[in-house]
Ligand binder design. Structure first.
Ligand code: APR
Length: 172
């Protein structure tokens, strides 16, 4: 199981996987952070497609093509804004990972890369978000749903260290 998980430091737009996950907002019309990087790398056709999708509720996922990205698909998911922990943030974030994995299998993707959803502008505490990410990935991989590899792409040293520590705890 653990051999199906990879933790890398770098830029998610460069990942050679079938699908990359975008930490989007409910409009799906682009933004800063990883959303901005993905739209810049994919090119203007991505926005044309996401405009037609017409938005995405927090915790859910929508699929688009990858255009100029190495990845064939982009799974747009909307993480919760951290508001202290009493606004169902943890379940919503778990939903982002669950629904993104489900959506990627439905498109036929075998390999998928995630950024740290909600851990930037949305201020979700990094360690707790990483535990949720790893736990949902483990549950999905245990269900034998056909995903061959889940890559967690960390942006910076601190995130990399946290992901490695949490991976050891969750996957043993
Ligand atoms: N590759 C991988 N990870 C990245 C990249 C990148 N190119 N750029 C940023 N990150 C990391 C950030 O360091 C952070 O750890 O992705 C994580 C998510 O940060 P944000 O992009 O700020 O996403 P989020 O916290 O979910 O906030 C979403 O920000 O960009 C807007 O439109 C977006 O409104 C939405 C909000």
């Amino acid at each position: 199981m653990k051999e199906k998980v990879e933790i890398v430091e770098g830029d998610i737009t460069k990942q050679e996987v079938d699908a990359i996950v975008n930490a989007a907002n409910t409009s799906l019309l682009g933004g800063g952070g990883v959303d901005g990087a993905i739209h810049r790398a994919a090119g203007p056709e991505l926005l044309e497609e996401t405009r037609k999708i017409g938005g995405c509720p927090t915790g859910e996922a929508r699929v688009s093509k990858g255009y100029n990205l190495p990845a064939k698909w982009v799974i747009h998911t909307v993480g919760p804004v951290w508001g202290g922990g009493n606004r169902n943030e943890e379940n919503l974030l778990a939903g982002c990972y669950k629904n993104s994995l489900k959506a990627s299998v439905e498109t036929g993707a075998k390999t998928i890369a995630f950024p740290g959803i909600s851990t930037g502008v949305y201020r979700f505490p990094l360690e707790r978000a990483t535990e949720i990410a790893m736990t949902e990935a483990r549950k999905f991989l245990e269900s034998g749903e056909g995903i061959e590899k889940v890559v967690f792409v960390c942006f910076g040293e601190k995130a990399l260290k946290t992901y490695q520590e949490v991976f050891a705890r969750v996957f043993g």
